[in-house]
Design a binder for this molecule. Structure first.
Ligand code: 5AD
Ligand code: FES
Length: 351
């Protein structure tokens, strides 16, 4: 009953102390149903039954970084590397537009081949050809100057998961040279510039503790991002973490519920990763408080190459197939896809 009170407190104040988050996470079996009851009602208060869709374009799997968990890390010599041209990216957008997408997410490894001029040119071209669409970038850590240039070219949103808020835990997942502090500074810069900003973390990553997850919650409370991406860690066979255990759908869903209560109007995707480890993972995520899905719009021939982890779903399907498949899954879960940009509530007011 004390635990239920903690959930009620989070529901009404959007804040818990670190120890309170730890108790909830450690004793989650006792409060899961109550948490989901509240997280679903909050989700429905802000977004009703609506689910926003984003067309994900994985435009390069070259990456200069070497994160221990990631399948496209530069040391993985087995990865088949590819890059999409501006024309190929615009073709994906055209296909996506016809399928009802009004947000395009350009995601890639940190690939120095694409200069700031090229990124700006790609963003401008998408905004010129599809003026009623939002563009989201997900291309890693860049300078403030670069972030400003992309924004001025028309980029609306930026995804940069913080991965884990704890500095020490971060250093166990990344080689020296990458720091949690720099990543968090990037997120604050993105917010300051005016992007709808997405943070997020993996659940069940190696060495993660309940304290680490509590720190992730406190970091989100402080940053107040407009979007939060959460998925289970899934091992990739050609990385140093090949033999580490996978994160669970159960804990991932619980964390989605907590985030929905801490940031009531946040844009919260049901990720491909949770769909990969559980046959109805994305549907369950929607019921736990998620309100966004991000199907793949990448050309079919490159999909099998952009592999951050093993057994990724949707790698064999056409964009139209993914769109139809999701429609059915969303409807089976009791929700409906809406074909709009799907901005964060606070950005609709600003316009
Ligand atoms: N398992 C789950 N998620 C992963 N990511 C990268 N590698 C893995 C993995 N092995 C996530 C990271 C990154 C996002 C694009 O994908 O959180 O930010
Ligand atoms: Fe690039 Fe992991 S190696 S995101």
């Amino acid at each position: 009953e004390e635990l239920k009170e903690l959930v009620s407190k989070l529901y009404s104040t959007h804040h818990l102390e670190k120890g309170e988050y730890v108790s909830l996470i450690e004793n989650r079996d006792a409060v899961r149903d109550y948490l989901f009851e509240l997280s679903r009602s909050v989700r429905e208060k802000y977004y009703g039954k609506d689910v926003y869709i984003r067309g994900l374009i994985e435009f390069t799997d070259y990456c200069k970084n070497d994160c221990y968990y990631c399948g496209i890390r530069c040391s993985n010599k087995q990865a088949e590397r590819y890059r999409l041209s501006k024309e190929q990216i615009l073709d994906c957008c055209k296909t996506g537009y016809e399928l009802g997408f009004r947000t395009f997410v350009l995601q890639g490894g940190e690939d120095p081949y694409y200069s700031d001029d090229m990124i700006c040119d790609i963003v401008c071209s998408i905004k010129r050809d599809f003026p009623d669409c939002a563009v989201t970038l997900s291309i890693g850590e860049k300078s403030e100057e670069s972030y400003r240039r992309y924004f001025e070219s028309g980029a609306d949103r930026y995804l940069l998961r913080h991965e884990t808020a704890d500095y020490e835990h971060y250093s166990k997942l990344h080689p020296p040279g990458l720091s949690a502090k720099h990543r968090q500074d990037c997120l604050r810069t993105l917010k300051k510039i005016g992007y709808q900003t997405g943070a997020g973390f993996m659940v069940g990553s190696p060495y993660q503790t309940a304290e680490n997850l509590a720190d992730d919650m406190l970091f989100l409370e402080e940053l107040k991002p407009e979007m939060v991406g959460i998925g289970p860690f899934i091992p990739h066979h050609a990385t140093p973490f090949a033999d580490k255990p996978q994160g669970t759908a159960e804990l991932t869903l619980f964390m989605l519920g907590l985030v929905r209560l801490a940031l009531p109007d946040v844009l919260l995707p049901a990720t491909t990763a949770i769909g990969t480890i559980h046959p109805t993972g994305r549907e369950l995520a929607l019921k736990a408080g998620a309100n966004v899905v991000m199907p793949n719009l990448s050309p079919t021939d490159v999909r099998k190459k952009y592999l951050l982890y093993d057994n990724k779903i949707c790698t064999g399907d056409e964009s139209a197939q993914c769109r139809m498949c999701l429609q059915k899954r969303v409807e089976d879960a009791g929700y409906r896809i809406v074909e709009s940009r799907g901005d964060h509530a606070s950005f609709n007011e600003r316009k």
